[in-house]
Write a protein of this length. Structure first.
Length: 294
């Protein structure tokens, strides 16, 4: 069976281009550039890369961007003071705190301190709650990116059986909510996780599998039915001596053996990843336009 590769890189690039056009129009009409700020704590390799890519994406979209860096030993008070400052800064439309944070800092406390009207990551309980009942809000970037890809490739989701592997607050849970909702996925949703019985059987019956379990090569050919759509959210750094960096990014899906069974599949890298950053740009534009919250 000939599968179609879902190209997240090309899709994200086209969306960023249309955002840039819109920003030009806004600025030409006397409006202001959307402004995204990011708080980065410590020197985690993955986080450094993500934040760098977010800054580049801001340039491509014609946004203003500000990066605030702290060492790993920053106190919770200092971080909360920084969040408070960004909440009050009228020039900043939206901001993110790059996760994970060091162990001595309570992540949930930091997220709760962010003004939900500037929470372009969509992690604040107000945005999560609004999303779950279908009200306008900032939707968490990775699930929004996946929805955008499904729409972009005109993949039928209504009434389909969708299995989500993983139940994290960042991907699994919001993804399940969105795929279930009438205005988005309109699908029949099953969420599986490390303690699910018959996980393989659930996957075998799925029309759409969204793998966000964080275990390299977890989804194998014997778990996927012919013609399924497979979305791979996994990005685990796996040692690879042939690479200059010494590692490669590996997805949750054993691509080479699963792909021939699929109608559509996302690669890693170049699938969901670029769409996550692109969704953050979409949320920042909406924040700049005060689209959801006046």
């Amino acid at each position: 069976m000939e599968y179609q590769l879902i190209d997240g890189k090309a899709t994200a690039s086209a969306i960023k281009q249309s955002i840039a056009e819109e920003v030009k129009t806004i600025v030409a009409a006397g409006g202001r550039q959307p402004h995204l700020a990011a708080i980065l704590v410590g020197h985690d390799g993955g986080s450094e890369t993500y934040v760098k890519n977010k800054v580049i994406a801001c340039e491509q979209c014609g946004f203003k961007s500000t990066l605030m860096r702290y060492e790993a030993d920053v106190t919770e008070e200092e971080l909360l003071a920084c969040v408070d400052k960004l909440n009050k800064d009228e020039d900043v439309d939206g901001f993110i705190v790059q996760l994970p944070l060091p162990k001595h800092i309570d992540e949930q406390k930091i997220i709760m301190a962010i003004d939900y009207r500037k929470d372009v990551d969509g992690f604040h309980p107000i945005n999560v709650g609004r999303m779950s009942i279908g009200l306008p809000c900032f939707i968490s970037a990775t699930p929004l990116g996946i929805l955008t890809l499904l729409q972009h490739y005109h993949i039928e989701t209504s009434g389909k059986k969708c299995v989500i592997l993983g139940r994290s607050n960042i991907v699994g849970k919001p993804m399940a909510q969105l795929m279930m909702q009438k205005q988005y996925g309109d699908a029949t949703v099953t969420v599986c996780h490390s303690h699910s019985k018959d996980l393989k059987k659930e996957c075998q019956e799925a029309d759409i599998i969204i793998a966000a379990i964080g275990r390299p090569d977890f989804v194998t050919a014997d778990m996927v039915k012919k013609g399924a759509v497979v979305i791979d959210v996994g990005t685990t750094r796996v040692p690879d001596p042939t690479r200059k960096s010494g590692f490669r990014l590996n997805g949750d899906v054993k691509f080479d053996e699963v792909a021939p069974l699929c109608s559509y599949i996302t690669p890693v890298p170049g699938g969901v990843g670029p769409m996550t950053i692109c969704s953050l740009m979409k949320n920042t534009l909406a924040a700049g336009k005060k689209e959801y919250y006046k």
